[in-house]
Design a protein around this ligand. Structure first.
Ligand code: GAR
Length: 199
């Protein structure tokens, strides 16, 4: 089995979707859930699922981003993952760190990349008057929210949508898309997965 580590900062609903998918004949297994926030709700959820957890509090490193990256890297090395999934991990990682996990690290981002890298993606899609929105899973490269696209799910934006309603409607698609991409990725298949809202 391929060993999968999952990095998060918050509630961990994507982590739960990924971990729940890795059972039975799935070629991957979750070996570590790691958070930069010791209070992240996702840690308790992982513990309840019997997955080893670890917190590396970025605040303990002050402004020294490289030292935080090094601590994260050491923790990952100890868990020997074949693949690392960022799942709502809200720290920006340095180019040196990302180079060490080149072609082994995935991220999910709540927009149709290359649109709306960074934060406030749902509000920005609304402000732009977009007709569609969604989420993207991509391979992590040295540039933020860049790298080869491995899957996208698209939904229609309605006239009554708010940033909150969009976030709530995109999230279930994240939970479908990320496991679907990971399932392929663990077998070395990088063919993109495209999902669409059935109307
Ligand atoms: C998800 O919507 C994910 O796409 C987003 O954070 C949320 C985490 O939710 N990620 C980013 O914005 C990355 N920049 P979760 O903790 O319930 O999975």
């Amino acid at each position: 089995n391929k060993r999968v580590a999952i990095l998060l900062s918050g509630g961990g609903s994507n982590m739960v979707a990924l971990a729940q998918s890795m059972t039975g004949d799935h070629p991957g297994r979750p070996v570590l859930v790691l958070s930069n926030d010791p209070d992240a709700g996702g840690l308790a959820k992982a513990q309840a699922m019997g997955i080893p957890t670890q917190a590396i509090d970025h605040k303990a490193f002050g402004k020294d981003r490289a030292a935080f990256d090094d601590a994260l890297h050491s923790a990952l090395i100890a868990a020997k993952p074949d693949i690392v999934c960022l799942a709502g991990f809200m720290r920006i990682l340095g180019a040196d760190f990302m180079a060490k996990w080149d072609r082994q690290m995935l991220n999910i981002h709540p927009s149709l990349l290359p649109k709306y890298k960074g934060l406030r993606t749902h509000a920005r899609a609304l402000e732009a008057g977009d007709k569609t929105h969604g989420c993207t899973v991509h391979e992590v490269t040295a540039d933020l929210d860049d790298g080869p696209i491995l899957g996208q799910a698209e939904i229609q934006i309605g006239p009554d949508d708010t940033a909150e309603s969009l976030a709530a409607r995109v999230l279930p698609f994240e939970h479908q898309l990320y496991p679907a991409v990971l399932r392929r990725y663990v077998t070395g298949d990088r063919t993109p997965v495209f999902l669409q809202q059935s109307s």
